[in-house]
Design a protein around this ligand. Structure first.
Ligand SMILES: Cc1cc2nc3c(=O)[nH]c(=O)nc-3n(C[C@H](O)[C@H](O)[C@H](O)COP(=O)(O)OP(=O)(O)OC[C@H]3O[C@@H](n4cnc5c(N)ncnc54)[C@H](O)[C@@H]3O)c2cc1C
Length: 430
């Protein structure tokens, strides 16, 4: 490994690769350092037997701001949009989900007045100017916009489904409603999983001269008079002009060591991750083939057959589905109990599914987004980003108004552009 670089990017996930592609186009020397053996971070897809398992259920937003960025980088997305007809289960009673026009008309969950209210609210969200939303929690917003308890419950479900955030009393309505509005524009399940996005980004970056080092952790970085000095888990040291960190806040705190500012320390320690428990399953067939999507009304459970829309197995008869529990930040985690809950939920929808099992994987507490977006964080986030000259942050927690892959991709492009702009200013000044 050379030991002098223009930019070292810490992390080879979506954010790291998007940033690397933009920076390499500007002719800078770039090194990505990834601690895992495989690149991709949480957008990784694992091939288990003949199945492509994303790390839990992943849906790409076709009308988001990340889609044009990937398009600009020449990334092709193949897959299909899932059908939204399905079930809502409340106390073992099953209702048609009101997520399609027919579903709204036929669901037994709503009275006629509630049907009209629901349609009216969906229309309002679609045409809403998010900047006009006042600073309030998602729960407050739901209670303000809907009078009926049933419609309120449905909005909370839609909020969970779109954002994975299951703490309506804490999250910022502005971020959740903005994301919800985007999700209503449509989603894509991607053929052979999200690794196909990573692989394309990886290949393009390598062609542009980006170097990637896997299986190496950045332990620490220090700002010297002229540049950054990085210490790696291999005991090597590197220098670079810019560091672009795409790790979560806790890992960043470790790397900053004593160089952390008080503002950064205060903010990073208060950031709460969004977590969930995921059961990823492949079956030879579905016991009840028409059941493709379901959610619990009061309990935070999700079920969706992703292979109904995307190619996720080399064997075309195999079914790949995800069962998920959205975790609240105050939940006590008991892996055994969670696994049992997810299996029981699947049993309710697909009785006898274990008889058809090809493979399955259970993850008790996976971080879906590194930051639960709360009110009043924009300023603290901005201060943390500006605290050290030459250090740039990207990743799903670093964008004030976007989360998940949207936040990762948008923040990566922005950080790369800021570095390029700074470099051009320095060049002109000399
Ligand atoms: C269950 C689940 C469901 C999801 N569903 C969706 C969805 O439907 N739609 C959507 O848009 N998004 C979804 N996401 C979120 C999406 O996967 C992430 O937001 C996105 O992949 C984050 O990319 P990133 O680059 O910011 O972070 P990461 O992918 O976490 O990348 C950071 C990388 O940094 C590496 N790293 C950390 N510390 C160091 C160090 N010290 N040295 C070197 N390397 C280091 C890590 O190993 C990692 O590879 C989901 C995530 C999960 C887990």
């Amino acid at each position: 490994m050379d030991n002098k670089w223009d930019v070292v990017i810490v992390g080879g996930g979506l954010a790291g690769y998007v940033a690397a592609n933009y920076l390499a186009k500007a002719g800078m020397s770039i090194l990505i350092i990834e601690k895992d053996k495989k690149v991709g971070g949480r957008a990784r897809t694992d091939k288990i037997n003949q199945q492509f398992f994303n790390l839990g259920p992943h849906a790409f937003y076709t009308k988001g701001n990340a889609a044009p960025i990937l398009q600009e980088l020449g990334i092709e997305l193949h897959g299909k949009s899932p059908k939204l007809n399905g079930l809502l289960i409340d106390n073992r009673v099953e209702y048609t989900a009101p997520f399609t026009p027919l579903g709204v008309l036929t669901t037994g969950l709503f009275s006629w007045k509630e049907r009209m209210d629901w349609l009216n609210i969906l229309w309002k969200i679609k045409s809403m100017k998010i900047e006009n939303l006042s600073e309030q929690t998602f729960q407050q917003w739901v209670q303000e916009i809907a009078q009926s308890k049933n419609v309120q419950k449905l909005l909370l479900i839609l909020g969970r489904l779109s954002t994975y955030c299951h703490a309506p009393e804490k999250v910022s309505a502005r971020v959740i409603v903005a994301h919800l509005k985007m999700v209503l524009g449509g989603v894509l399940y991607i053929d052979k999983g999200w690794q196909t996005i990573i692989d394309q980004l990886h290949n393009k970056s390598v062609t542009s001269g980006v170097q990637i080092q896997t299986g190496v952790r950045v332990n620490e970085f220090k700002m010297t008079e002229k540049n950054f000095r990085l210490s790696l888990s291999t005991e090597e040291e590197l220098t670079c002009n810019y560091v672009l960190s795409t790790t979560g806040p806790r890992e960043l705190m470790k790397m900053l060591g004593d160089n952390i500012t008080q503002a950064q320390l205060d903010f990073f320690t208060q950031v709460i991750p969004v977590k969930g428990a995921s059961l990823d399953v492949a079956l030879t067939q579905l016991p009840k083939p028409n059941r493709l999507f379901a959610m619990e009304v009061t309990e935070p459970f999700y079920y969706s057959v992703h292979s109904n829309a995307a190619i996720l197995s080399e064997n075309e008869n195999t079914v790949v589905l995800h069962v998920f529990k959205y975790l609240h930040p105050d939940d006590n985690i008991n892996g055994k109990l969670l696994k049992n809950e997810l299996e029981q939920f699947l049993e309710k929808i697909q009785p006898g599914w274990q008889n058809y099992k090809v493979s399955s994987r259970f993850m008790p507490t996976i971080t879906v987004n590194q930051r639960l977006p709360q009110i009043g964080e924009d300023h603290k986030l901005q201060c943390s980003k500006l605290a050290m000259s030459g250090l740039y942050l990207a990743g799903d927690w670093t964008s004030p108004h976007s989360i998940l892959s949207e936040g990762a991709i948008i923040s990566a492009k922005q950080a790369a552009e800021e570095i390029i702009e700074k470099e051009q200013r320095l060049y002109c000044a000399n």
